[in-house]
Design a protein around this ligand. Structure first.
Ligand SMILES: C[S@@+](CC[C@H](N)C(=O)[O-])C[C@H]1O[C@@H](n2cnc3c(N)ncnc32)[C@H](O)[C@@H]1O
Length: 408
């Protein structure tokens, strides 16, 4: 069920089957069922449900099985230890900030002396939990009654209830004046899936920006694909990746942040790169001995030019984020490769070369090519003890294959 558009908090959980089911899960019988389901195999769900229904009410069993499924999904974001103590809703787990990113954000606030935050649109509490764990007291607001109840239960389950006050309300009605900072994470999913227009967020980005500008300090979580034109010059924009995948972007406002700058932060290391936007276009030139693939956060933050300068290199094509150089360069922001061959794109030539080199394992990377890596690997009929990486890309506008292997 999509709860993003629910507006009026209903008076009691008795009116709402989802809230009644959640309340039942928090009884001793519900807690016992959830504990029993801690390690259950989802493939055996039918048999487990039949067995549990012999001793427990059917609705409670189905609520517990649903919650167990959500906890399994949530373990990826929150880690198993927290996820199996917490509660979730389907939307809540989908939209929650993963612990690594929320902790990074909370640490930036805490590092600037922020002691209290109004978390506007708290969901099931992903950010509120990280803020509280950084020693910050949080007013966590969500207008959806079930979501607010789940956030409150999570604060209690993790021993953070003293630091997190959960309020079920519309964020537009909250007076944020008493707080050192405001954090807004608008809902970006509607009834028909992901929302791309920042004005269709709930609340809209323009409202969130106005709320941010009123506060001494603020952070707004936004989609990493936000058009750069939609970012005001008052904000520092930060793109965050975790394990090489870009997870989100955040706009920072107020003292201690750098208005107009773009930043890329890589987790788990916390390596962070920042420059005033926009940077001048980097040089373009022939493929050298080394090729560098920037982290996605660096690409999204348009900081590739900064890396090109640092490594004394150039781009292989003005539209492609592959950097090349003649000297080896080591940096947390790039994955480096030594290039052994540069060929015009041709499946036939690639197949012959791979056969000659006895390549049995091929990693396919691509930028600016429509070829499907799986299809390419299938057509290569790989065999042999060797391994290689092929880059399908454009060099000075021409479809090109670069073959090599990872550095160090
Ligand atoms: C993206 S989720 C927040 C996720 C949260 N930061 C976390 O890590 O768990 C957005 C939440 O905003 C709530 N929301 C949307 N519009 C709201 C409004 N006008 N007032 C209060 N809450 C709102 C939705 O119910 C949803 O739970």
């Amino acid at each position: 069920m999509d709860r993003v558009n629910a507006t009026t908090p209903s008076a009691s959980s008795a009116d709402d089957p989802a809230r009644a089911a959640f309340a039942a899960l928090r009884t001793p019988e519900g807690a016992q069922l959830l504990a029993e389901l801690r390690d259950h195999d989802p493939a055996d769900e039918l048999a487990t449900a039949t067995r549990l229904r012999r001793a427990h009410p059917a609705e409670l069993v189905s609520a517990a099985l649903g919650q167990a499924r959500l906890r399994q999904r949530a373990a990826v974001k929150f880690g198993a230890e927290d996820a199996y103590r917490m509660y979730f809703t389907p939307n809540g787990v989908e939209q929650a900030t993963r612990t690594s990113v929320a902790a990074h954000r909370a640490a930036r606030f805490a590092g600037l002396g922020v002691r209290s935050v109004a978390d506007l649109c708290c969901g099931i509490g992903g950010d509120a939990i990280a803020l509280a764990r950084a020693g910050i007291s949080v007013l966590a607001v969500d207008r959806d009654p079930l979501t607010a109840e789940v956030a409150r239960a999570n604060a209690e389950a993790l021993g953070l209830a003293d630091l997190i006050e959960v309020r079920c309300a519309d964020v537009t009605e909250i007076d944020t004046a008493p707080y050192d900072a405001v954090f807004v994470d608008p809902a970006r999913r509607g009834g028909r899936g992901r929302i791309f227009d920042p004005e269709a967020y709930s609340p809209p980005l323009s409202w969130a920006t106005a709320a941010a500008l009123k506060a001494p300090r603020a952070a707004l979580k936004i989609a990493p694909g936000i058009p750069h034109e939609a970012i005001g010059r008052e904000a520092e924009a930060e793109w965050i990746s975790d394990g090489g995948d870009v997870k989100e972007a955040v706009l920072w406002y107020g003292e201690g942040f750098a208005p107009g700058a773009f930043r890329a932060t890589l987790l788990p290391s916390g390596a962070t790169l920042s420059a005033p936007a926009p940077l001048p276009a980097p040089p373009v030139g022939p493929v050298g001995r080394y090729l560098y693939e920037p982290d996605g956060a660096v690409i999204r933050a348009h900081l590739v030019a900064d890396l090109v300068e640092r490594c004394g290199g150039r781009l292989v094509d003005e539209t492609i984020a592959y950097i090349t150089s003649d000297e080896p360069y080591s940096s947390p922001y790039v994955a480096g490769y030594e290039i052994t061959d540069e060929l015009p794109f041709s499946m036939k030539r690639l197949k012959a070369l791979l056969r000659e080199r006895q390549i049995g394992v091929l990693t396919v990377k691509k930028r600016g090519s429509a070829v499907e890596p799986e299809e390419l690997r299938r057509r290569m009929k790989l065999s042999g003890p060797g391994s290689a990486t092929v880059f399908l890309t454009r060099v000075a506008g021409a479809p090109t294959m670069l073959i090599g292997h990872p550095l160090g």
